[in-house]
Design a protein around this ligand. Structure first.
Ligand SMILES: Cc1ncc(C[n+]2csc(CCOP(=O)(O)OP(=O)(O)O)c2C)c(N)n1
Ligand SMILES: [Mg+2]
Length: 358
């Protein structure tokens, strides 16, 4: 997918970009699950377009678009069961939606209203214990050791939970990832490192991110299976994730899954990708659109229609419009919250700052 045929070797794929079946899907994959995954990819794209549309109006905080990576996010989330835990980054804000969080909760977050359950902290991220989503951190790869630690604890307690931690290609250059995967190799906790290799870490292209030919190969050095999957093929992502999630659940240890994909949009709404990559490159990648191939496959098999998709988009846009209106009517967060939830007793210098705030 990077356009480098050598890097494509060993890429697991079920549907070709033209929607032809070229590999084996998970034997338990039902028509209903495929339809739900198509539905969810449409929802994610609609959410993305909405966030990008309202951001320039100055209403919402910085946003990291998911366009191009919908199959990786949807396929990985669908492979999990309700008892499993996820560790999304800013790129997977929508994991909340997919795991049952109300849309309004996410919009209150993005608008930093007084109903933001996380009080404005880590505004581009989403976490909620009720949906087994652990809130991430600004520093990339920082959640890898946390996921391994939680997975080791669950294993000790004899619980059958799996822990899936998201990270990007750039994040694999950070020490936390290497320390975490080393422990995962030694202690074999039920943890999945799900790396979305979207070819860019802000303006750093993959070819200068690492001298390794791909990310999956790094896992092998730690005694952990490393698998490369076409991250724009939701059936392939689901199939590979399901296999290694269930293996981990049964005591088979960790895995690293490299979902090879492409970030179509800017890194975040604070980025201008025209400064570092060409429009031709982006257009070339459009042919590999993750929604397109499943849409073709399902339509050909009488399981999907344009009318149905249009209805989903319209209904979800209406939900977004209502949630946005609600957030706009809600008072903003009181800035005093920045002094809360860290210290049991505020130190003197913060007490002074709080007094200054009035
Ligand atoms: C430890 C650390 N270093 C640098 C940054 C600044 N930073 C934020 S996102 C990012 C790029 C990460 O790229 P990647 O891991 O590929 O994820 P992507 O944004 O492509 O999804 C960087 C360098 C950071 N947040 N944390
Ligand atoms: Mg990246």
């Amino acid at each position: 997918m990077s356009g480098d045929s050598e890097a494509e070797l060993g890429l697991y794929r079920v549907l070709s970009p033209e929607g032809e079946v070229v590999g084996e899907p998970d034997p338990g994959l039902s028509n209903e699950t495929m339809r739900k995954m198509m539905h969810d990819m449409v929802v994610l794209r609609t959410f993305d377009q909405w966030m990008l549309k309202i951001h320039p109006l100055g209403k919402a905080s910085r946003y990291a678009p998911v366009e191009g990576q919908e199959a990786s996010v949807v396929g990985s989330v669908h492979s999990l069961s309700d008892v499993d835990w996820t560790f999304p980054t800013y790129r997977e804000l929508t994991v909340g939606l997919l795991r049952g969080a109300p849309l309004t909760t996410l919009i209150h977050r993005m608008f930093a209203t007084s109903l933001d359950h996380m009080k404005g902290h880590e505004i581009t991220l989403y976490g909620d214990k009720r949906y087994r989503i652990v809130v991430g951190a600004g520093a990339v790869s920082l959640m890898c050791p946390v996921a391994v630690g939680m997975a080791m604890a669950a294993k000790k307690r004899g619980e059958k939970e799996v822990f899936l931690v998201y990270l990007g290609d750039g994040a694999t250059s950070k020490g936390d990832f290497h320390e975490a995967i080393n422990w995962a190799g030694v202690f074999k906790p039920p943890v999945i490192f799900f790396v979305q290799n979207n070819q860019w870490a802000i303006s750093t292209p993959f070819k200068i991110q690492t001298a390794a030919p791909n990310i999956a190969v790094k896992a092998k050095a730690y005694g952990v299976p490393g698998i490369r999957v076409d991250g724009n093929d939701v059936l392939a992502v689901y199939t590979i994730c399901k296999k290694f999630v269930e293996k981990a659940r049964e005591g088979g240890g960790a895995a690293l899954i490299e979902a090879v994909t492409y970030r179509m949009g800017p890194h975040t709404t604070a980025d201008d990708p025209s400064k570092y990559r060409s429009e031709e490159e982006v257009e070339k990648m459009r042919a590999l659109d993750p929604l397109k191939r499943l849409r073709i496959y399902l339509t050909r098999n009488g399981l999907w229609s344009n009318e149905e998709e249009q209805k989903i988009v319209e209904n979800f846009r209406e939900e977004l419009r209502r949630a946005t209106e609600e957030a706009e009517k809600t008072p903003p967060l009181n800035p005093r919250v920045i002094f809360e939830d860290v210290y049991a007793e505020l130190p003197w210098h913060l007490r002074e700052e709080m007094a200054e705030l009035g």
